[in-house]
Design a protein around this ligand. Structure first.
Ligand code: DHB
Ligand code: FE
Length: 286
């Protein structure tokens, strides 16, 4: 039997996301002991307060322990943190930006995707029979003064029309729906891909156990992931969403912002959709 993306297991995508994260991390940040102590003390104090306020029982404490052990065994710490914590880190760190809003990176970015463009135009790697509505995504990258940023780099990755990411679900070509587009001399780009499906975070692992135990849902609205960069500018990490998605208003990862909503239109040639979205990058923060 051949394995397909529909055989995806939480423990496999978790292990993949954990390995990818460990691979990109040079090591822990240089955080002075005073700050470590302050942050750790405040987190622990917040936990203690919850325990006192709700009179947490020993069976509940043991349930927490076994759940946390399970998150580690499934490799789901990157998924857990990116769904329930990263959005606040992103807010705090990018609040000063005057250009485009960004949002969370999530656990499925892979660096160094193949460059697929020529003169700003390119098609993301996809299977010959790739399912999904064709999508032409065009725009321009500029600085805060409106000057185009020639050669800006647009890395794009997204789930397929069944909601699976290459390199994190089995049976998909390595770089399926992942690529790098280099903007032309006027900062313009045109990317041909297909519309992704909404994404359900894996329900058969520890994050899924928390979701079902709490009676939550596991959905993220359909989204394109992007990293846009140019020399001397802060890199923008963003996601773009589609109007009308059932989970735009209750994304489990709290990563939707009104500024990140696309406005796709039927393509002039009748084949799929076209959407225009421009990026404005802030100068390098340092
Ligand atoms: C998760 C998956 C995503 O595709 C995303 O954008 C954010 C989080 C997750 O499974 O944790
Ligand atoms: Fe995603």
């Amino acid at each position: 039997m051949t394995t397909t993306e529909f055989d995806a297991k939480a423990a496999d995508s978790g292990a993949g996301a954990t390995a990818a994260f460990l691979n990109k991390q040079g090591g822990a940040a240089e955080t002075p002991p005073e700050r470590v102590s302050q942050l750790a003390t405040e987190v622990l104090t917040a936990v203690h307060d919850v325990i006192r306020r709700h009179r947490v029982t020993y069976p509940e404490y043991d349930a927490l322990k076994s759940w946390m052990i399970g998150v580690g065994q499934d490799g789901e710490w990157p998924l857990f943190l990116d769904v329930w914590v990263e959005h606040v880190v992103e807010d705090v760190n990018n609040a000063h930006h005057k250009g485009n809003k960004g949002t969370i990176e999530g656990p499925y970015y892979v660096p160094d995707s193949p460059v697929v463009s020529e003169n700003g135009k390119g098609t993301l790697p996809q299977r010959a029979d790739e399912a999904g509505t064709p999508l032409l995504f065009a725009g321009q990258v500029r600085d805060l003064d409106g000057a185009p940023l020639p050669g800006a780099k647009i890395e794009i990755w997204h789930a397929d029309a069944h909601g699976f990411y290459s390199q994190y679900a089995p049976g998909l070509p390595e770089w399926n729906l992942r690529g790098t587009v280099v903007a032309d001399g006027e900062g313009r780009f045109e990317i041909t891909t297909v519309r992704p499906a909404p994404y359900m975070i894996p329900t058969d692992g520890s994050c899924g156990k928390l979701i079902s135990a709490a009676g939550w849902h596991a959905w993220r609205p359909a989204h394109l992931h992007l990293k846009v960069s140019a020399p001397g500018k802060d890199q923008l990490t963003a996601q773009l969403y589609f109007p009308g998605d059932a989970h735009n208003d209750d994304d489990i990862a709290s990563a939707v912002k009104p500024e990140l909503m696309l406005d796709p239109q039927p393509a002039a040639d009748g084949n799929g959709e076209t959407v225009v979205y421009d990026f404005v990058l802030d100068p390098e923060t340092r």
